[in-house]
Ligand binder design. Sequence first.
Ligand SMILES: Cc1cc2nc3c(=O)[nH]c(=O)nc-3n(C[C@H](O)[C@H](O)[C@H](O)COP(=O)(O)OP(=O)(O)OC[C@H]3O[C@@H](n4cnc5c(N)ncnc54)[C@H](O)[C@@H]3O)c2cc1C
Length: 337
Amino acid sequence: MLSWFLYKEGKSFLVIDDGNEHSASKSAAGIINPVTGRRYVSTWMIDEVMPFAVNTYNEMGTHLHSNFVFQKNIIDFFPSPQMRDAFVTRITEDDTYVHSYPDQNKFNRHFNYDFGCGEVSPVYTISQQLLLASWRKKLSTINSLLEEKFNIEELDVEKKGLRYQNILAQKIIFCDGISSMNNPWFNLLPFSANKGEALIIKSDELTIEYIFKKGMMLCPLPVQNTFWVGSNYLWEFKDDQPSEQFYDQCTSLLKHWLKVPFKVLFHKAAVRPATVERRPFVGFHPKNNNIGILNGMGTKGSSLAPFFANQLAQNLVYGFPISDEANIFRFSRILSK
Ligand SMILES: Cc1cc2nc3c(=O)[nH]c(=O)nc-3n(C[C@H](O)[C@H](O)[C@H](O)COP(=O)(O)OP(=O)(O)OC[C@H]3O[C@@H](n4cnc5c(N)ncnc54)[C@H](O)[C@@H]3O)c2cc1C
């Protein structure tokens, strides 16, 4: 995202990325869901970040002759009468994103649900695999991609700039997800790693019109008849690998929920770069303003990353400010230790 905005500004940059197939971005459904929690409250800054994100993905699609963003509203099957009541209460308080669904029996042929359903809209899903592959290809063609592991021990921090192997640069910005937890410049930031898993399933009878939710999300993917199902949120975990426990939990849920056959194709797992106070980490190190970070997107990378990547690019190019709530300046004391 950052490289997209720097590219638009005509700035020179090099992306160093080892192309990890198990990164958070490649495991995610790419859903931009404007509400959260048991009370369906609007997510942080959604009125600003969602339109900005959709516009950015559309612009990238036009530039790369593809389509990365699709509106897929959520049909939320209430797991209990209490959750149905919470949804109805929310509609009376603020119906910007939550709406009653008129045809309560419409999904009976495909799903088991006992307590009715509501609609969350607008909701979008981003084809992240396709987007990342397309942008990577573009970066290669403009000689702006170095596909290898970055080794921080080889970074020479000089007064006027930075040297990495034979590369000289004014700035370095770490956008390396969970790896930043081990970066000597940023390991004091309050990260809070969160593991998530998902299954990719095939089902020939399910509609691709909506994202469906009951305990987990079932989200249509661009490959025909395939769906992403997830996720869980683990604050404590022993590794970043797919677990038998999630597989059993997810397949059991699907067997009770779906009335149509399905087949599991893949099982994914990754660690989200989440933060203790659920706000991103954006900006430059207080001890060296040539070293920056764009991270901490947590569970909301698809909506937050475009907005804050643009803020960081605008800060770099024009000196425009970064939002106080996201700027790592708020951790100056910790980072100056
Ligand atoms: C199961 C799951 C489901 C999710 N679903 C959603 C969702 O529906 N909607 C949503 O908004 N968010 C979702 N998220 C969260 C979202 O995926 C993250 O917020 C986002 O992907 C974080 O992006 P990132 O670029 O910061 O990190 P990453 O995607 O982890 O990218 C980091 C990159 O840095 C590279 N890298 C790291 N270290 C090095 C190194 N030393 N050298 C070279 N390269 C390196 C990696 O290869 C990788 O390409 C989900 C996450 C998970 C795990």
